[in-house]
Design a protein around this ligand. Structure first.
Ligand code: CUA
Length: 328
């Protein structure tokens, strides 16, 4: 396709990082594709104009013409007609692309609400109720069905953040007290990385999330599993972990549905073991990393709102990590 040719020709360096879960150059849906086309046309057009202007400037410097041949025509043509025609055409094209990006093609979109916090993402499915009747609430991860447009309503709880999944769609600012919307479309199944794209404090760089695009039937299975409360502990170690978690007061900030933990200040941990990463893309999701996070969250991600718990004994710490990781 011409896109491939443009990439190979004009953006050889960038092509090296074209692949990967967070690349605007490797779209996985039609909205990201439209944005890539727009980008390539603007870059290519800008490149042609730049080269032309440099050639004229070079001619003026090297040849030092007494009088530039046909200068009046150049001034009117190059200084007025060309920019007015070109910029108007580009503007019309850009408006058309922007319209296309917010068009769901008559399909009822899946609604997801995402709130930015320093420095994690709360994700709510307002039309999905968990067992018990509340709205489904997860963290740092969106799971969406392939092919169906998703309307993401974004806002922020503290400072301005920005929601961006380059492989799936455009970027949208998250502003406290205000709701913005964007449409994501995932057509290829896979896991794509999103990243906060507006500087929001010390840990801005460690504010990432995953978007998992699943075939529609797998998505329904995931929803059904996610709506269930946390499983009962499978053994004595998991039970000890749950008790230690509740004793340490973790439930005043975190919810684990099916236990007495019902805090709302931090991420919902009901199915935390099923996520790909911990602490908004900061750590791999393993019992060892989770134990390290609980003991030293302030060392790993200074100034985040999760305190370090160095006073937890090794056994308790390990048991809590094992229990939480069993919640898939
Ligand atoms: Cu949130 Cu940068």
């Amino acid at each position: 396709k011409w896109r491939g040719a443009a990439l190979a020709g004009g953006m050889g360096l960038l092509a090296a990082c074209e692949r990967g879960p967070q690349s605007a150059l490797h779209p996985a849906g039609r909205n990201a594709e439209a944005i890539l086309d727009l980008t390539l046309i603007l870059v290519a057009g800008g490149g042609v104009i730049f080269l032309f202007v440099m050639a004229l400037a070079g001619y003026a410097v090297i040849a030092r013409p007494e009088r530039f041949p046909g200068s009046r025509a150049w001034i009117i043509g190059g200084g007025l007609v060309f920019p007015i025609v070109t910029l108007t055409a580009l503007q019309v094209y850009e408006f058309a692309v922007a319209r296309q990006l917010s068009d769901t093609g008559g399909v009822e979109p899946l609604r997801i609400e995402v709130t930015g916090y320093m420095w994690w993402w709360e994700v709510r499915y307002p039309d999905v109720r968990v067992e018990g009747g509340e709205v489904l609430r997860i963290a740092n991860r969106l799971v969406i069905p392939a092919g169906r447009p998703v309307e993401v309503v974004v806002t922020a709880a503290d400072v301005i953040h920005s929601f961006w999944v380059p492989s799936l769609g455009g970027k949208m600012d998250m502003i406290p007290g205000h709701e913005n919307r964007l449409i994501l479309v995932g057509e290829r199944s896979g896991t794509y990385r999103g990243q906060c794209a507006e500087y929001c404090g010390a840990q801005h760089a460690l504010m990432a999330f995953d978007v998992v695009v699943e075939p529609p039937d797998r998505f329904e299975e995931w929803l059904a599993a996610e709506r269930r409360p946390a499983a009962e502990p499978a053994g004595p170690q998991q039970a000890a972990g749950r008790d230690a978690f509740l004793r340490a007061g973790c439930g005043s900030c975190h919810t684990v549905r099916g236990t007495s933990a019902n805090g709302a200040a931090g991420p919902d941990l009901t199915h935390v073991g099923g996520r790909d990463a911990l602490a908004a893309g900061t750590l791999p999701n393993t019992p060892e990393a989770l134990a390290g996070w609980i003991a030293g969250a302030q060392h790993i991600k200074p100034e985040n709102r999760m305190p370090s718990f160095p006073i937890l004994g090794g056994d308790d710490l390990h048991a809590i990590a094992v229990w939480l990781e069993s919640l898939k």
